[in-house]
Design a protein around this ligand. Structure first.
Ligand code: PLP
Length: 357
């Protein structure tokens, strides 16, 4: 029997979560965001499971090319645009739509053959202050894009910084509306949080990411309450059991000290598998069909769980680090991070099992 750790990717959950996004924005087309290897779920696997999407958004040029070469017929969008002329030429040939967020990127489009008809998303900085044209530069950028022969359809785009919290989207929508005032073009604005909470942002295209993977964009709302199903389950087993006496410590640095007699299980999963090293003692772990918690520091290949109250637990008892029965959002919260980081960090050494149902 090999080392027992696995990541199960549930294709049915991906398809289901895509339908939840569609149901929330029934009049919009969907760019399923599958950047970063589909948030750790596998680019081609996710694209296949979500083949009902109208398009796919990625960041990595080679991912866009791989999708096209694999026969993907949907729209493909590059979220940071082309980085050089080679990408622009190959992208145009592969009909890969691109974000344009700086005037410098115009030059890459100007040298493309006039017959190209490349779809472009004009990115507007409405307050996130990351990528995009300043509101007062949008009209000139739009006109300049229209004048480039290779440019086909132009879609207006912005990205929300606070769609998941109390600050919301209104302040950015106001800036966006002022910036694009009078420009009649399709719009692509909403991430997962805006898809779920702010219908006024839906327009022509939405760009959900995290919700497709079964994680909630909202700190206070569990994914299950939104009807989402976990797409990734990181599971392993207990490979050794220790009895602790009061005063015994666990793991590197002895950060956990037993105050009473305890039983702990050593689990075959560590930070080299993608489990966050900074997860403190008390991070939720499902052991068998009950929830328990980690004890001590996470090491490279192992972590420990408290099984004092679980006499039935022992060697080979299954453990869910996150996923089915142990929401990734709960683990992320305990570890002081977000589900995005946990899922993206799934290590290549973890064997992936594809669940198709
Ligand atoms: C990653 C990303 C998204 C998806 O965001 P989620 O919070 O995962 O829904 C949408 N738009 C852009 C520009 C992104 O970079």
């Amino acid at each position: 029997m090999p080392r027992p750790i696995t990541a199960t990717i549930d294709a049915g959950a991906l398809a289901h979560n895509l339908e939840i996004a569609r149901a929330r924005a029934p009049h919009s087309k969907v760019f399923a965001v599958i950047k970063a290897n589909a948030y750790g779920h596998g680019l081609m696997r996710a694209a296949t499971a979500m083949s009902g999407a109208d398009g796919f958004a990625v960041l990595e040029f080679d991912a866009a090319v791989r999708l096209r070469e694999a026969g993907c017929r949907q729209r493909i969008l590059l979220l940071e645009g082309f980085f050089d002329a080679t990408e622009a030429r190959a992208g145009a040939a592969g009909k890969i739509a691109t974000v344009v967020h700086t005037a410098e990127q115009f030059d890459l489009l100007k040298v493309l053959p006039a017959a190209t008809r490349l779809d472009v998303l004009l990115k507007i900085n409405s307050g996130m202050n990351r990528l995009g044209f300043s509101p007062d530069a949008v009209r000139a950028a739009y006109t300049a894009l229209q004048d480039i022969p290779a440019v086909g359809k132009i879609t207006l785009m912005t990205h929300f910084a606070d769609a998941d919290d109390e600050r919301g989207v209104d302040w950015q929508m106001e800036t966006f509306e002022r910036a694009v005032n009078g420009i009649a073009a399709p719009r692509c604005l909403a991430n997962s949080a805006a898809t779920l909470r702010h219908p006024a942002t839906h327009f022509d295209w939405i760009r959900p990411g995290i919700m497709l993977y079964g994680s909630s964009p909202f700190a206070e709302t569990p994914a299950a309450e939104l009807g989402l199903r976990p797409a990734m389950t990181l599971a392993s087993q207990i490979i050794a059991v220790r009895e602790l006496r009061p005063g015994d410590t666990v793991g590197y640095g002895g950060t956990y000290r037993a105050e009473r007699t305890m039983r702990i299980g050593v689990v075959a999963c560590g930070y080299a598998d993608g489990y966050p090293r900074h997860a403190p003692s008390g991070t939720p772990v499902r052991v068998g069909d009950r929830l328990s918690a980690t004890v001590g520091r996470v090491s490279m290949d192992m972590l420990c769980v408290d099984i004092t109250a679980m006499p039935e637990a022992g060697i080979a008892t299954p453990v869910v680090l996150w996923g089915e029965g142990n929401p990734v959002d709960d683990v992320a919260r305990a570890a002081g991070t977000v589900s995005y980081e946990l899922m993206c960090a799934l290590a290549p050494r973890v064997p992936v099992i594809e669940k198709i149902n």
